[in-house]
Design a protein around this ligand. Structure first.
Ligand code: AMP
Ligand code: MG
Length: 331
């Protein structure tokens, strides 16, 4: 390893993914290894089963992340972990490992907000400077913009997230979770729009009515038409609120991050909304759209470079930590 180079380990374990990544302070991703828990078709993520999966794969994922990066535990400047929001038992697996590494190897430990991880890695990889952020993942559906030391919320879901809607829809038609890419393929074969609840309140949105209505009519409609209609309805709601936030904030960039950012139809709609306001759409590269350790390692560096870290006894998890409660140490 080069002397003087700062390398940090990031551990992600909020939900279905256990990931570990080693990055340098300049933003080079030396490794990004993950193993995703896949529940049986038709069922969702059971926190206990997902956390058992994480415990089982964790040693090999972390070992591979270090060996692919060509570093040992001793070379690390810090260990960062996703402290929330997420599923309690899953968060605990990552936090416990990070605490162990921190105390055994005497390394600073850094709790990272999972959503901030999605956003800041997106900033690094897309080169966005001051965007309207569309954060759409399993755990978040939010419109954000940076104001002072925080990411502020300019619209969000009032109930389930866009990722949850897609996965719950997938389960209802018998697909395994996470169902995003399969639902996207089905939707391309849909021919007829089936009317579904379109609920926007102020600049917030509500997706739970869509899934209730889908379940009511599921026997009468084809999975292809339903997938098409779920996507068209849910994505239009998000495009409408994003466009309104853009008109208010007058940003010149719109950055899309989170697992659902991989969806081509959604990108098309957000691209149209952005260009109507002269803004450029920037989408996180697909390999880094879903949950991964690099999101956590990078935010770890942002804190570490600003002298913000702690000791293992002060590390914690918070299942419902909100992104607008996080003080950002960097500008
Ligand atoms: P994350 O929590 O950021 O890992 O995002 C996971 C969510 O992204 C899951 O709900 C997936 O179903 C969803 N997802 C992944 N790929 C796609 C896609 N192509 N279209 C829609 N949703 C997707
Ligand atoms: Mg996520």
């Amino acid at each position: 390893m080069d002397r003087g180079r700062i390398v940090g380990l990031g551990i992600e374990s909020t939900a279905h993914t256990f990931g570990a990544s080693v990055m340098t302070e300049k933003g080079a991703i030396l490794s990004n290894v993950k193993d995703v828990y896949r529940p049986p078709a038709g069922s969702g993520i059971h926190p206990r089963d997902a956390s058992r999966h994480h415990s089982e794969v964790a040693p090999s994922v972390i070992k591979r992340a270090l060996s692919e990066a060509g570093v040992s535990f001793g070379d690390l400047s810090f260990v960062a972990y996703s402290a929330g929001p997420g599923l309690g038992p899953c968060l605990k697996v990552g936090a416990t490992l990070a605490r162990f590494i921190s105390s055994y190897y005497r390394k600073p430990i850094i709790p990272v907000h999972h959503g901030v991880g999605h956003v800041e890695l997106g900033m690094l990889l897309t080169g966005a400077v001051d965007p309207l952020v569309v954060l759409i993942s399993g755990g978040h559906t939010m419109l954000l913009a940076r104001a002072g030391k925080r990411w502020r919320v300019f619209g969000e879901t009032l109930d389930i997230t866009l990722g949850q809607l897609i996965d719950q829809f997938g389960r209802a038609i018998g697909l395994p979770s996470p169902a995003g890419p399969l639902v996207e393929d089905l939707a391309k074969k849909g021919r007829r729009y089936v009317s579904l609840p379109y609920i926007v309140k102020g600049n917030d949105l509500s997706y739970s009515g869509i899934i209730s209505e889908v379940k009511r009519i599921i026997k009468k409609e084809s999975p292809e038409d339903l997938a098409f209609s779920v996507q068209e309805t849910a994505f239009s709601m998000l495009a409408e609120t994003s466009e309104r936030a853009l008109a208010l904030l007058k940003k010149s960039e719109v950055m899309v991050v989170g697992g659902v950012a991989a969806n081509t139809r959604l990108r098309e709609m957000l691209d149209a909304a952005s260009s109507r306001h002269g803004a450029q759409l920037k989408v996180v590269p697909p390999a880094y759209a879903g949950d991964c350790g690099a999101q956590i390692a990078w935010v770890g560096h942002l804190y570490f470079l600003n002298g913000v870290y702690t000791k293992p006894e002060n590390a914690w998890v918070d299942q419902s930590w909100r992104i607008d409660e996080v003080d950002l140490a960097w500008s």
